[in-house]
Design a protein. Structure first.
Length: 652
C-alpha cells in the first residue's frame, strides 16, 4: 500500500464527507499508486491508495470479512502472511484474495488486539469492527510505516500523511514550537509529538483503540537489551545471525513484482545484496547514488561490490544544484524540518528506481543501530575511558580516529576537539551521556529562533521529556545498549526511516524493505554481548565475521563512512534557486517570525563563503534547518495564506 486514512464520527454531529475522504486519499503518495479505494458508512470513512506488489489483481477496495462486519485498510506488508494464512485456513477461515492484507482480518477475528505478536512486517493499518463500533489502528514495531491522528469537532481523523489530515478544513494549521525544539535537539520528534500543533504520531509498536468517544493507546512490543542467561560461542552467534538474516531476506523477497537492492558501497547493503544474489536471486538489479563532490562520493566502492557480485547496476549522480532543486519536494513528502540534505539524493534515487519499473528495494538500513555500527558508539566509549583520567593528554587523542569521512575533520585541531568533547565529559551519570555532544551542537540552532519562539519555549525541557519515555529496564543495560536504545528511539524511526526511508521511496511509489529490521533479527542482536557488536573499537564485529565469504575484504574492513550529502554548499555553491532567496529574505523572516532575521542574515553570509573549512557542522545543520522549516511553513501552514488545497499549492 501507499497510504491509509480515515474519519470516525465520535458524536454523530457530522456526516462523513465523501468528497473530503476522496481528497484525503488522493493527496497521499500522489506519484503513481496503482489503485484507490474507499469505504463509507454513517459512522466512518476509510480510504487507501494502493501500490500493487502482492496479489496484483486484488485489494482495490478496503477488505472485509465474510459478513462485512469487519473492514480493513493496510499500508505496508505482512511478510509472514503465507504461514499465517495456512494456520487460519486450518481454523476454517475463507480467503477471497491472495493478498497479505486479508490475513489481518481473520487474525483479528481470532486474536483481537493480541494479534500483533504473530505479525512479521512493516505496517500501519486500521480495522473497523462494525458490530462493536470499534476502530483499531496500529503501527509496526520500529515505525517503518508512518501513522498520524487528531481529534477535531467530534471526529477522530487518522492518516499515513499529515497532509491528508490537513485536508479537513476543521483542522488548524499551526506549527508546534515544542515539536521544533525536539527536532533541533534530537534531529527528530519524540512521538506522539509532531511539528504540527494538535496532530499526533502513533509511536512505533503501539496500537490505538477509538470506541464510544474514548481513545486508548497501548504498547505491544518493547526492546530488551538484557543478555541471555546462557551465552553461546562466537561461532554459534555468527551462525544464528546468518540464518536469521537469510530468512529475513527470504520472506522480504515475497512479491509479484521484481525486487531490487540499494548498494551504498558499505558493509550493510553489500552483505544484504550478496546474500540475495548467492542464495535467492541470481539476476539482481542494484541502485546507488553518487556525488559530484568527492568528499561525499562512494561510487568507487559501489562499483567494486557490483562487479564482485555481478549485479545489473545503475546509479544517479547528484550535485549541489540537484539537492537545492529537490528540497521543496523533499520537505513536502517528509512533512518536517530537516537537519541535513541527505534525503534529497535518496528522493532522486527512488525516482531512478521507479523509472526502471522497480517497485521494491531491499536496503541495509538498521544494521548500525542494532549491531553497534555508528562512530557515536565508539565516541561514547572513548569519552568514558577519558573521563576516568580527565587530565590525560593521550586519551582525548583517540577522538581523532572517529568521523574520518566528514569533510575537514582531519583539518580540525586537536585542541578544538579536546575542548569540544570536554563539555559534559564527566557527566557519566547522565542516562543520555552518549548523545550529549551531538545534542549540544544541534541545540545551538535554537539560538537563531525569534524572541517570540524563545519566549514560548521557556520551561520546555526536551531531554527530560525524552527520558520520561525510557523503559524501566534502561538502567540495567550496559552503556552500549543504552546508547543503542537512544539512537533507535530518536533517529531510526524519526529520521532515517521517515525523512530518508519510507517518505523518499514512497514519494515515487517505491517500497523499501529492511532485512536488518526484522523483529527476530533485532531481538537477537540487541541481546548480543557488547564485545560482539563493538569489539574494543571494531564496530559491527559479528556482522563483519559472517560477511567474510560474501563481500570483498576491502569492503568488509573499510572504515565506516556514514551516508551524508553536501549541506550549505548545495544552496550557495551551485546554481541559485529563487525560492531560497525568497525564504531567507528579511521580509519573509519577519512575517513568519520563527527565526531572527539579523542572526539568519549573519549565518547566510558565512555560508556563502567559498572556504568550506570556515563552515562548521553547526552552521550546516542550522542553514538546512532554517530553510526546510520555512519551506514547511510555506507549504502547510496558515500564516499569510488561506486554507487552500494543499496539493494545488504544492504543484503550483
Amino acid at each position: 500500500m501507499c497510504g491509509i486514512c480515515g474519519n470516525l464520527n465520535f458524536t454523530k454531529q457530522h456526516q462523513i464527507d465523501t468528497n473530503q475522504l476522496k481528497r484525503m486519499v488522493t493527496i497521499m503518495r500522489h506519484r503513481g499508486p496503482d489503485e484507490f479505494g474507499i469505504y463509507r458508512d454513517k459512522d466512518i470513512g476509510l480510504g487507501h491508495a494502493r501500490l500493487s506488489i502482492i496479489d496484483l489483481k486484488g485489494g482495490h477496495q478496503p477488505m472485509h470479512n465474510e459478513d462485512k462486519s469487519i473492514w480493513l485498510i493496510l499500508n505496508g506488508e505482512i511478510f509472514n502472511y503465507i504461514e499465517l494464512r495456512e494456520e487460519l485456513v486450518a481454523k476454517g477461515h475463507k480467503f477471497y484474495t491472495k493478498s497479505d492484507t486479508e490475513v489481518l482480518i481473520h487474525l483479528y477475528e481470532e486474536k483481537g488486539t493480541d494479534m500483533f505478536s504473530q505479525l512479521n512486517g512493516q505496517f500501519a493499518f486500521a480495522i473497523w469492527d462494525l458490530k462493536t463500533k470499534r476502530l483499531l489502528i496500529a503501527r509496526d514495531r520500529v515505525g517503518i510505516r508512518p501513522l498520524f491522528y487528531t481529534t477535531v469537532d467530534g471526529s477522530f481523523l487518522f492518516a499515513s500523511e499529515i497532509k491528508s489530515i490537513l485536508e479537513d478544513k476543521r483542522v488548524n494549521r499551526q506549527i508546534d514550537v515544542t515539536g521544533l525544539d525536539q527536532i533541533f535537539t534530537f534531529w527528530a520528534n519524540i512521538p506522539p509529538r509532531t511539528v504540527f500543533k494538535g496532530i499526533n504520531e502513533l509511536p512505533p509498536a503501539h496500537y490505538l483503540v477509538a470506541e464510544k468517544g474514548r481513545i486508548s493507546i497501548n504498547r505491544y512490543w518493547e526492546l530488551d537489551f538484557n543478555l541471555d542467561h546462557q551465552p553461546l560461542t562466537e561461532d554459534a552467534y555468527a551462525e544464528q545471525l546468518l540464518d536469521l538474516l537469510k530468512d529475513s531476506i527470504r520472506i522480504r523477497l515475497r512479491a509479484d513484482v521484481p525486487v531490487a537492492a540499494y548498494l551504498s558501497g558499505g558493509l550493510d547493503s553489500s552483505i544484504i545484496t550478496a546474500l540475495v544474489k548467492k542464495h535467492f536471486k541470481n539476476e539482481l538489479q542494484t541502485f546507488s547514488v553518487s556525488f559530484k563532490d568527492n568528499d561525499y562520493d562512494e561510487s568507487v566502492y559501489q562499483r567494486q561490490v557490483s562487479d564482485f557480485l555481478a549485479t545489473e547496476h545503475k546509479g544517479v549522480d547528484c550535485g549541489y544544484a540537484d539537492i537545492a532543486r529537490l528540497i521543496p519536494e523533499v520537505v513536502w513528502h517528509a512533512e518536517k524540518p530537516l537537519i541535513r540534505t541527505a534525503p534529497a539524493p535518496l528522493f532522486q534515487l527512488s525516482k531512478l528506481v521507479r523509472k526502471n519499473n522497480i517497485k521494491v528495494v531491499l536496503t541495509g538500513e538498521g544494521a548500525d543501530e542494532v549491531l553497534g555500527g555508528y562512530d557515536l558508539f565508539r565516541e561514547a566509549k572513548i569519552r568514558r575511558f577519558w573521563a576516568k583520567s580527565p587530565d590525560s593528554r593521550m586519551r582525548p587523542l583517540l577522538i581523532r580516529q572517529l568521523y574520518s569521512y566528514i569533510p575537514n575533520w582531519p583539518k580540525t585541531t586537536s585542541s578544538f576537539l579536546e575542548g569540544f568533547y570536554r563539555n559534559h565529559l564527566q557527566e557519566t551519570g547522565s542516562r543520555c551521556y552518549s548523545h550529549l555532544p551531538r545534542w549540544e551542537i544541534t541545540s545551538k540552532i535554537k539560538s537563531l529562533f525569534s524572541q517570540d519562539v524563545k519566549n514560548e519555549l521557556i520551561g520546555c525541557n526536551a531531554m527530560q521529556d525524552f527520558e520520561n519515555i525510557f523503559p524501566d529496564k534502561f538502567n540495567s543495560w550496559d552503556h552500549l545498549a543504552q546508547a543503542q536504545y537512544i539512537e533507535i528511539a530518536t533517529l531510526l524511526s524519526g529520521n532515517l526511516l521517515s525523512s530518508q526511508g519510507d517518505r523518499m521511496m514512497m514519494a515515487n511509489s517505491v517500497e523499501g524493505r529492511f532485512p536488518f529490521l526484522d523483529y527476530r533479527v533485532i531481538e537477537f542482536c540487541v541481546k548480543l554481548p557488547a564485545s560482539l557488536k563493538l569489539k574494543v573499537m571494531d564496530e559491527k564485529y559479528l556482522l563483519k565475521k559472517i560477511a567474510q565469504p560474501y563481500v570483498p575484504d576491502e569492503i568488509r574492513k573499510r572504515k565506516k563512512q556514514g551516508y551524508r550529502a553536501p549541506d550549505s554548499a548545495s544552496f550557495f555553491n551551485g546554481r541559485r534557486h529563487s525560492y531560497i532567496d525568497d525564504l531567507l529574505s528579511e521580509d519573509h523572516l519577519s512575517k513568519t517570525n520563527i527565526f531572527d532575521p539579523e542572526l539568519v542574515a549573519s549565518l547566510v553570509k558565512k555560508c556563502k563563503t567559498t572556504d568550506k573549512t570556515l563552515i562548521s557542522a553547526k552552521d550546516n545543520m542550522a542553514i538546512v534547518g532554517i530553510i526546510t522549516t520555512l519551506q514547511l511553513d510555506k507549504q502547510f501552514l496558515t500564516k499569510g495564506h488561506k486554507h487552500e488545497d494543499l496539493y494545488q499549492m504544492h504543484t503550483a
